[in-house]
Design a protein around this ligand. Sequence first.
Ligand SMILES: Cc1cc2nc3c(=O)[nH]c(=O)nc-3n(C[C@H](O)[C@H](O)[C@H](O)COP(=O)(O)OP(=O)(O)OC[C@H]3O[C@@H](n4cnc5c(N)ncnc54)[C@H](O)[C@@H]3O)c2cc1C
Length: 491
Amino acid sequence: MKDPFTGKDIIIIGAGIGGLSTGILLLLLGYRVTIVEKNRKPGGLMRSYLRRGVDCPVGVHYVGALGPSEPLGKMFRVLGISVEDLFYPMGSAGVVDRYLFDDFVFDLPVGMDAYERNLRQACPAQGAALDILMKSLREISGQMMDSSFFLSQTDPFKNIDLLRPMGELLDDLQVSARLRAVLAVPCQLIGVELDECPVIFHHMVAAGYLFSSWRLKEDGGKMADIFAQRFTALGGELILNSAVRKINLSSRKVKGISLEAGDELFADAVVAAIHPKTMLGLLDQGALRNSLRERILTLEETKGVIAVQAGVDAAMHGELDYNIYRLHHDERGGITDGIFYQIRKSNVSETNLLSIIARSLYRDWNRWESTVSGRRGADYEEKKLAIGQDLLKKAEEVFGPLKNAEILDVFTPLTLRDYVNCPEGSCYGVLRSARQLLKIASLNNLSVEGLCLAGQNAIAPGVMGSILGSFNAVRLLIGTRRFNGGLSRLL
Ligand SMILES: Cc1cc2nc3c(=O)[nH]c(=O)nc-3n(C[C@H](O)[C@H](O)[C@H](O)COP(=O)(O)OP(=O)(O)OC[C@H]3O[C@@H](n4cnc5c(N)ncnc54)[C@H](O)[C@@H]3O)c2cc1C
């Protein structure tokens, strides 16, 4: 984007957490905002869904850094969303995540000091490497506590040493396979392999959950509705069940959008809170510079997942206040296989919900690439169910025999692709690998007046990353001076 735009009317494409938080912020700063969402309900990946009466999560299993002085907690405060109404803190017994490896167990606790203690206990011969790693992790977590972190996210990215791959840093420090495997898990949470994950992203994710970790008190549907209600209560217009077909420009300047249904809406600016490739599909061929177009088209995606939602007997399988990762690593410490488990109370009596998430490649589903959700055929359903049953069996290796276990739903990369328009069903949007950082940086300068990206593809994925992306989008759109002036009133 060349200059901050001077208009008042803004259209946001997509009512995921990225679009809704951008919309709320813009309304608070005095703009007129309309959000257009293709689905019948707002929320995108944050929204949960019902199967046999049980509420099943999609993209919010736990969230870090929501404490009042922590970065996401502060951003919620600016947006006027109550953390306490939606979330409760995890880790009452001192564990947030339990990593089960073949040869050892590692507990991710709350708090940096407890984390350092656990690392030193698990890897006693790694003292020198841990001195260096913990120093830089503490530095980043210190920066994240400062409001400048979400006012101007470019700051932590200025230190070139933090942009190198975590794998390279660990090679230099000659860390053990065990330490490498433990440190690989935060990278997995944004879909990047440790060998490729920029140090800054590893540290941001790890620090986020170490500040404090939270689960939803109820469900993602309520979270989505609270964000949407806040947006409309501030005067925003939310148009649901309407896909955007085109972003209209005139001489590299935004004019508005056209809907699939044919209507045209005018605006001074458009925020695309969607995947960059999806945005590209809404623009005329020559709208962006050829080089930028090429860069977006060739962006590599984060991998897909398959998720199983299963009901289990609540009396036998009580809610666990922590998540479990069952992981395997190679001799070097690279994670070869990982499965996420969460057991939570459900809204149906006598049933608790076991959510299982495992890696699943888009290409493994390419037979059904041209089909749409709900109409993929019996062979697709069979394959999905067979993998689901296999994952449920594997879960018994962790939890023992599962009483009254019943698969409620299985979703695949194709489900996510069709649900929110993410190419290849990419779980966390574009891959934030060190080798893609330059390409990704160009997404912050689309060179079209009044057009920018928000949400998980702008800065980083996850609830924290997506909201950071929204703050960044607003800053880019209205200019740093107006943004800082407006934010200082809201903080
Ligand atoms: C399985 C899974 C588990 C996850 N677990 C966690 C977790 O525990 N914690 C965490 O912090 N993060 C988690 N995440 C990541 C987190 O959910 C996402 O980073 C975040 O929700 C992305 O929000 P977004 O607004 O950027 O995108 P989305 O939620 O994808 O929103 C984009 C919206 O745009 C709409 N749209 C697309 N195209 C159009 C169009 N042409 N016209 C109109 N509307 C359109 C879509 O329908 C969608 O509603 C998880 C993600 C997945 C997939």
